[in-house]
Ligand binder design. Structure first.
Ligand code: GAR
Length: 201
């Protein structure tokens, strides 16, 4: 069983999808801790409701990003996977270099298109006809790490950022738990920037 730490800034629906997959027995793992940079993050409430250790770590209480992130790593301790689930801060190189395990992220766009903030708005404004979401391992670039899974969503003529985001979110809730499941089963092999599946025959 893998131990998972979650970093989240908002409502935590992706984290909840991972929790449900654990409860269904799909993911052989447990969420050991949930950390947020936002005091009122729904993710913290959801963790409390499930009896999972959780903390608001206020970045403003630290002298710089390094010391803030060192505190995150101290709280995380030993674990097998760190899941960014709507975590809206960019992780520093120090965090990534010192993390005890791989880090995964869910991004609401078909990377490498539309990295950074507001992936869904970028897709609507650009006029793409197919948008979607991506689960990837985190490296030191902006949403640039090896891609694990993607799901596509058609963009409709009357889509707004909000309507598109709502349909993309449904796909996020499928592919993020699926990626964590595959990781927990030891199926993922990272070869450079290509993620492949191990065959068990
Ligand atoms: C999700 O749409 C996720 O893809 C996005 O924030 C939302 C969080 O929702 N993440 C990013 O934009 C990261 N750059 P949630 O808190 O309900 O999971």
């Amino acid at each position: 069983m893998i131990k998972i730490a979650v970093l989240a800034s908002g409502r935590g629906s992706n984290m909840a999808a991972i929790m449900e997959a654990i409860e269904r027995g799909d993911i052989d793992g447990e969420i050991k801790i949930v950390l947020s940079d936002k005091e009122n993050a729904g993710a913290l409430e959801k963790a409390t409701a499930k009896g999972i250790e959780n903390h608001w770590v206020n970045p403003k209480s630290f002298a710089d990003r390094d010391s803030y992130e060192q505190e995150l790593l101290r709280l995380i301790g030993e674990c097998d996977l760190i899941c960014l689930a709507g975590y809206m801060k960019i992780l520093g190189e120090g965090f990534i270099a010192n993390a005890p395990c791989p880090i995964m992220n869910i991004h609401p766009a078909l990377l490498p298109a539309f990295p950074g903030l507001h992936g869904q708005r970028q897709a609507v404004e650009y006029g793409v006809k197919i948008a979607g979401c991506t689960v990837h391992f985190v490296d030191t670039g902006l949403d640039s790490g090896p891609i694990i899974l993607q799901a596509a969503v058609n963009v409709l003529d009357d889509d707004t950022e909000e309507t598109l985001a709502a349909r993309i979110l449904l796909e996020e809730h499928k592919i993020y738990p699926q990626a964590v499941k595959e990781f927990a089963r030891g199926e993922l092999i990272v070869d450079g920037r290509i993620v492949k599946r191990r065959s068990f025959q």
